[in-house]
Design a protein around this ligand. Sequence first.
Ligand code: 5GP
Length: 182
Amino acid sequence: MPVNGMPRELISRERLHRRVDELALEIERDFADSEDLLCVGVLKGSVFFMSDLLQRLSRPLVVDFFQASSYRGETTAPGEVRIRRDLDHSLAGRDVLLIEDIVDTGYTMRTIMALMGFRGARSVRLCVLLDKACKRETPVQIHYRGFEVDDVFVVGYGLDYNDRYRNLPYVGVLDEVDVETE
Ligand code: 5GP
């Protein structure tokens, strides 16, 4: 499916950076007493957001990554998530900050958060750049939220369409007219 033109800007680079500043302050304050903070980025969409966020934290922390695929076919239950890349670090007894690009129906995050708890994390908190709350099908507790977005398909600042647009410095909308179906 080829795409015409550039995505329409929804959240500017300046607004993104201002919000990341605010989230970093909140996180720094909330984890002040935590001795062992593990920051887990959910690949690949969180990478740009995570990099900007964690560079603003001055406390010691460990970085790790997790990659999952969600399946929503007719033969799979909603929320069935397959691990494609697992963590390098053990979660036992650690405070975990999960960093994700966007929560839509909520199935992916609900499953990943449950898995982290099951593996013995002391606490699991979720930091999400974008919240498509209007699409939620299962509840997810979001501790740190960048922006709420409507039911539109967003790309940029890590988010992709067919693995493209991740390096856009802003969050944009791909309108249906931009996408040619074959
Ligand atoms: P959920 O399980 O919450 O429905 O799915 C979340 C995943 O769907 C995200 O991690 C992301 O990969 C994908 N997703 C949902 N909405 C969008 C969107 O507007 N743009 C992009 N690029 N990905 C999206």
